[in-house]
Design a protein around this ligand. Structure first.
Ligand SMILES: Nc1nc2c(ncn2[C@@H]2O[C@H](COP(=O)(O)OP(=O)(O)OP(=O)(O)O)[C@@H](O)[C@H]2O)c(=O)[nH]1
Ligand SMILES: [Mg+2]
Length: 326
């Protein structure tokens, strides 16, 4: 029998408890969800799997299709590597930057859209979403209807809120269907899931991407935060409970935009930090130090940074929320 779990998209099976899609034999006939989804939904379990579906495999499938693509990234994960994936999609598409409720209130959203468009060279439409999920989803629904989009894939970074968006759209239209599993950890959706979100619109949810150069592949995304600190010349910040260190050679204000699992124990470190072998030059005021998979540090004053984070996991860019965007 070929039954698919509505929560994560995998084939249901009763043969192996330790494999995805497991449902006890006795429950197979009535089951809509696999045991993993059932436990995530009803007991709040967080079951992180280390084996995401291959990014290329998903992109190839989508590029062979004629459907529109909605690409989601949370603003913490907006970086060149993600935009490379977005660029590799050859179909009509829209970039949705999600979880934008943390963008400081005084910042004009259109400026951020212009910034993303210009900095990352994006020619497709860009939408910012976040905060009030109902309002955000309504904007996306209107976008689909106004552009005559009746079928679309939802692709994007794991934990960016793809499945949540589909559930929110279903709530708005009031169509009767099962809910997709959402979870605060990465790799919740495991295969494609088709959902009729309205009589006239069908969306296909998909497994999220984890960047190969991600410093953290088990992010927890329910809460995102912004920590602001004043740094004195020569001070070192310890991130992720002492896993990473960042040392500044100038006085500066720093705001760390990150998510709950990465926000653990951000503090100044007064002992001798381990070898900080990488130097990053922030040669202008108002620059972002983007740490792949973690978020970014918005740094007010120009400075040199020494760190134990390899250069391949870092991107330096003009500040998204500072300087002229403020
Ligand atoms: N702060 C914030 N959290 C959100 C928003 N949208 C979704 N989330 C949370 O983000 C987490 C991940 O949501 P999912 O919908 O499971 O993300 P996904 O993109 O489907 O993830 P995968 O299936 O792993 O690829 C959940 O804890 C959601 O509650 C938002 O706009 N703001
Ligand atoms: Mg999902």
């Amino acid at each position: 029998m070929n039954k698919i779990c509505f929560g994560c998209g995998v084939k249901l099976q009763s043969d192996d408890k330790n494999k995805v899609g497991y449902v006890p034999e006795a429950k197979m006939d009535s089951a809509k969800y696999c045991m993993r989804c059932f436990r995530m939904m009803h007991y709040g379990e967080n079951n992180h799997l280390e084996t995401p579906k291959d990014i290329k495999e998903i992109i190839n499938k989508v590029n062979k299709d004629q459907r529109f693509v909605i690409f989601l990234v949370d603003f913490l994960n907006l970086n060149k590597e993600v935009i490379k994936i977005f660029d590799s999609i050859t179909k009509r598409k829209v970039l949705i930057v999600n979880k934008c409720e943390l963008i400081p209130k005084h910042i004009v959203k259109e400026r951020i859209i212009d910034y993303i468009r210009n900095y990352y060279g994006i020619t497709s439409d860009i939408k910012l979403k976040g905060g009030n999920s109902f309002h955000g989803a309504k904007v996306i629904l209107n976008y689909l209807r106004n552009n005559g989009i009746r079928e679309a894939y939802i692709l994007g970074i794991s934990n960016s809120g793809k499945s949540t968006l589909i559930n929110d759209l279903v709530d708005i239209t009031g169509v009767k269907t099962n809910r997709i599993t959402v979870n605060s950890r990465a790799n919740t959706t495991l295969d494609f899931i088709r959902v009729n979100i309205a009589d006239d619109i069908m969306l296909i949810d998909s497994p999220g991407f984890i960047l190969p150069d991600s410093l953290e592949n088990d992010v927890s995304g329910k809460k995102i935060t912004a920590y602001s600190m004043q740094i004195k010349m020569g001070e070192t910040l310890s991130l992720l409970d002492g896993k990473y260190f960042v040392k500044f050679d100038n006085d500066t204000a720093v705001t760390f935009y990150t998510n709950a699992s990465c926000a653990k124990n951000v503090k100044k470190y007064y002992r001798a930090a381990p070898d900080l072998n990488y130097i990053v030059k922030l040669d202008h005021d108002n620059m972002d130090l983007v740490l792949y998979g973690i978020g970014f540090l918005s740094v007010k004053r120009r400075c040199n940074i020494t760190t134990n984070i390899p250069s391949k996991n870092i991107e330096v860019r003009k500040s998204m929320f500072g300087g002229t965007n403020e």
